[in-house]
Design a protein around this ligand. Sequence first.
Ligand code: XIL
Length: 305
Amino acid sequence: VAQLNTLAQAAGKKYFGTATDNPELSNTSYVAQLRNTADFHQLTPANSMKWDATEPSRGIFTFQGGDQIVALAESNRQLIRGHNCVWHNQLPDWVTSGSFDNATLLSIVENHCVSWDVINEPFNDDGTFRESVFFSTTGTSYITTALRAARAADSQAKLYINDFNIEGRGPKSTAMAQLVKQLQADRVPIDGIGIQGHLIVGEVPPTFAQNLQDLAGLGVEVAITELDIRMTLPATPELLAQQKADYETVIAACKAVDGCVGVTLWDWTGKFSWVPGAFAGEGAACPWDENFVRKPAFQGIVNGW
Ligand code: XIL
């Protein structure tokens, strides 16, 4: 059977990988497959590096959950994408309800950022900045502060801004490009753009490949960071065939763009996918089913590489 990371590396990429989450690690057959580096050379913690997990009280840092996934990856020689530093979701109450002034909130952001998907989802779909607690208090200063703090904490880590609905050309992708250009002009460290890739079967944007090339053309890395392609349930042979084609389209686009360094699934099995919990009536978004059996989508990825 073809192996997804082996193929990605043969195509010149740094990795093919997957998200995973701490509760899943008690499932031994799941972990056995997760450790198969022929498929997965990179792991992203789906929850345990988020702010509510890592700084539940101001200045009190807890890294047990994240460390567990890092340890697993290290023991297995897999890479880690740290996810994430600053996001408007999964924030502890002390941040959202703290009513901090600009300077205080920037110092809180500075203190929190060590590395990783440093900024997560800063934009609205129309390309305006999202009115998070960070933007409404500091404007875009929080982005600069977070990136500089992350670089100071780790000179080696690749620092990304990550978002969804920037898969095709459009106002949000243009806004991301503008932000990166501005950061570059201001000499703020920015190494990469994360394109989440939470897609819908039959709706991969036709400009996907061009858009990847546009963003890579800014001189930063791009990566597909959270790939899954969901459908309205029940899954039918037709939907599964379209899903296979859609996975192939996404992978082939990354393969064709030199600056696209890797692809990460937002978990590989339907058993642990976030989709049914987030989108009512939808699911079957991953290349393996709930029983860890490969679906046509797996072959789509293979074909794409
Ligand atoms: C999701 C996790 O997978 C879920 O377990 C959690 O309940 C909510 O967050 N975009 C992101 C990810 O950047 O952090 C989200 O992960 C999915 C959407």
